[in-house]
Design a protein around this ligand. Structure first.
Ligand code: NAD
Length: 458
C-alpha cells in the first residue's frame, strides 16, 4: 500500500518516540519512521521493553508499529525517503566555550542539518521539534539552502509541549499545537502540510499558526513561566515555615483567583527534568546577548530559587537530625524528577542524594521506575549510596525517610510497619507534601513537610 506522506523523525528520545507513535496511530495513511544513532535505543523501541516509561505508550506503539510506524538506525535512507523531517535530537546546555552553562549546545542539531543536506535529493520540509534558541530555524535554513543541488528546504518550528508522565494524554488532546513558519508563500504552504498532519485528530482551533520566531520563543517562554510558578510557591514555602502559615492553604487560596488558577502551585523540593533549567538558562543567555541584563536576571532568579530550595531541603534534614547524619541510614523514596516517569535528568534527588552522602549519611535510593537511571546518575558515589527496589526494605533500619517523588505508591505504604522497622527517633521529610502528616505524627514520626510547621515529639 502506498502512503500519502513519508514522515521521518530524527531522534528517538522522550519526545521523538511518543510524538511519532501518536502521529502514526492517528494517521494510518502516513508512513512514520523514527531514526536514531543510538542502536540500543532503537532496538528497545522495536522490542516489548520500550526505552522509556510513559503510561499508555506501549499501547499506542503496539497499535502502529510494523503497520505505518518504524524504528530504524538507517538515518541516511530515512532522509532520502522523507517528505517531512522532524528533528527531535537533544539540545542540552553547552558545557564548554562561549555561553558554557547557559547557551544551548546546538552541535547535535547542526550535525543533523548537515546530514540532511548531504543525503537529501529533493525538496524537504524540516521541522524543529527540539527546543531551540529563537532564530535557530533561520540559521538552519541558511545552512541547508546554501546547497548546490538545487534543493529547497523550508525550516519550520513545531515545539513540543508534552509533559513527561502524561505524554500520551498530552499528545492525544493537546492544549495547543504551535506551528511557526516564514510568512512567504513557500513557508505558508509548508506550514499547511504540518497543520494537515495534526488536524487528523487535533481540533483546528487548537492548532496555532505563527511566525517562526514567535513559535521558537513561545516554547522557551512557556517553560520559563511554568518553572516560575514553582519557584514562586517554593519561595513562599520558605516563608510559611518561618511564620506557621501553611503553603497548601496559601496555594489553594491564591489558586482560586481565576486570574492565577490552581495549577503548578504545589510546593516541593524543587523542579527537575531535562527542560526547565536548560530552557531558562538558554533564555537568559539570549537576553544577555541582546543586552537585556535586567530581563536575564529576572529569569535567572527562577533557577536560583530552585537550587536554593534543594539545598534548603538538605539543610533541614541535617539541622533537624541534630546537625549530623554521619553514619545514619536515610531512605530516599523516589528518584525520578516527577511521578509516572523513569526520567531522572536534573532530578532534585540527585542533588539531595549527593548532599547527604557528602555528610556521610548512608543513602538508600528506591523508586518504582527510575532505579536504573539513578544508578547511572550516582555511579561515582561507590558504596556511599545503595539501591533497593522495595521501599519497605529501603526503610528498614533507617533513621529517616525523605519523599522525593510524588509516586502514588508512597501514599499507600503501611507507615506503621515502616515506623516499627526504623531506628528511633524516626524522621520523615515529605519533599512533596503528599502524606497525611498528622497521622504520621500520631504513629510516632517526627514529620517535616515543605512550607508547614514541623510536627515533632521533642
Ligand atoms: N523531554 C521532554 O519532556 C521534552 C518536552 C518538550 C521538548 N523537549 C525537547 O525535545 C528535544 C529532545 O528531547 P528528548 O528528551 O527527547 O531528548 P533525548 O536525549 O531523550 O533524545 C534525543 C535523541 O536524539 C538522538 N540523536 C542525537 N543526535 C542524533 C543524530 N545526529 N542522528 C540521529 N539521532 C540523534 C540521541 O541519540 C537521542 O536518542 C530537546 O530539544 C528537548 O528540549 C523535551
Amino acid at each position: 500500500m502506498g502512503f500519502a506522506k513519508d514522515i521521518l523523525c530524527i531522534g528517538a528520545g522522550y519526545v521523538g518516540g511518543p510524538t511519532m507513535a501518536m502521529i502514526a496511530a492517528r494517521c494510518p495513511h502516513y508512513k512514520v519512521t523514527v531514526v536514531d544513532i543510538n542502536h540500543a535505543r532503537i532496538a528497545a523501541w522495536q522490542s516489548d521493553q520500550l526505552p522509556i516509561y510513559e503510561p499508555g505508550l506501549d499501547e499506542v506503539v503496539r497499535q502502529a508499529r510494523g503497520r505505518n510506524l518504524f524504528f530504524s538506525t538507517q538515518v541516511e535512507q530515512g532522509i532520502r525517503d522523507a517528505d517531512i523531517i522532524f528533528v527531535s535530537v537533544n539540545t542540552p546546555t553547552k558545557t564548554f566555550g562561549q555561553g558554557a552553562g547557559r547557551a544551548a549546545d546546538l552541535q547535535y542539531w547542526e550535525k543533523t542539518a548537515r546530514q540532511i543536506l548531504e543525503h537529501a535529493d529533493r525538496n524537504k520540509i524540516v521541522v524543529e521539534k527540539s527546543t531551540l534558541p529563537v532564530r535557530t530555524a533561520e540559521a538552519m535554513e541558511r545552512i541547508l539552502n546554501a546547497n548546490t543541488k538545487n534543493i529547497r528546504f523550508e525550516v519550520l518550528s513545531n515545539p513540543e509541549f508534552l509533559a513527561e508522565g502524561s505524554a500520551i494524554t498530552d499528545l492525544e488532546a493537546p492544549d495547543r499545537v504551535l506551528i511557526g513558519s516564514k510568512e512567504t508563500p513557500e513557508g505558508i504552504t509548508a506550514r499547511r502540510a504540518i497543520v494537515d498532519i495534526y488536524a487528523n485528530w487535533v481540533p483546528r482551533e487548537n492548532i496555532i499558526e505563527s511566525n517562526v520566531w514567535s513559535s521558537e520563543l513561545s516554547k522557551l517562554a512557556a517553560n520559563a513561566f511554568l518553572a516560575q510558578r514553582i519557584s514562586s510557591i517554593n519561595a513562599i514555602s520558605a516563608l510559611c515555615e518561618k511564620t506557621e502559615a501553611d503553603v497548601d492553604e496559601v496555594a489553594y487560596a491564591i489558586g482560586k483567583d481565576s486570574r492565577i488558577g490552581p495549577k503548578f502551585l504545589k510546593a516541593s523540593v524543587g523542579f527537575g527534568g531535562s527542560c526547565f533549567k536548560k530552557d531558562i538558562l538558554n533564555l537568559v543567555y539570549i537576553c544577555h546577548s541582546y543586552g537585556l541584563g535586567e530581563v536575564a536576571a529576572y529569569w535567572e532568579s527562577v533557577v536560583k530559587i530552585n537550587e536554593w530550595q534543594e539545598s534548603r531541603f538538605v539543610r533541614t534534614i541535617l539541622e533537624s537530625m541534630f546537625n549530623t547524619v554521619a553514619g545514619k541510614r536515610i531512605a530516599l523514596l523516589g528518584f525520578a524528577f516527577k511521578a509516572n516517569t523513569g526520567d531522572t535528568r536534573e532530578s532534585p534527588a540527585i542533588y539531595i542524594a549527593r548532599g547527604l552522602a557528602e555528610e556521610r549519611a548512608e543513602v538508600v535510593v528506591t523508586d518504582p521506575q527510575a532505579l536504573a537511571n539513578a544508578r547511572d546518575d550516582l555511579t561515582d558515589m561507590g558504596d556511599r549510596v545503595h539501591f533497593e527496589s522495595d521501599p519497605y526494605t529501603a526503610a528498614e533500619g533507617a533513621h529517616a525517610l525523605a519523599i522525593l517523588t510524588e509516586w502514588d505508591v508512597y501514599r499507600q505504604l503501611d507507615y506503621a510497619r515502616i515506623f516499627a522497622s526504623m531506628e528511633q527517633p524516626a524522621f520523615l521529610f515529605d519533599g512533596r507534601n503528599i502524606l497525611d502528616h498528622q497521622r504520621l505524627f500520631e504513629l510516632g514520626f517526627n514529620v517535616f513537610p515543605i512550607g508547614k510547621a514541623a510536627l515533632k515529639h521533642f
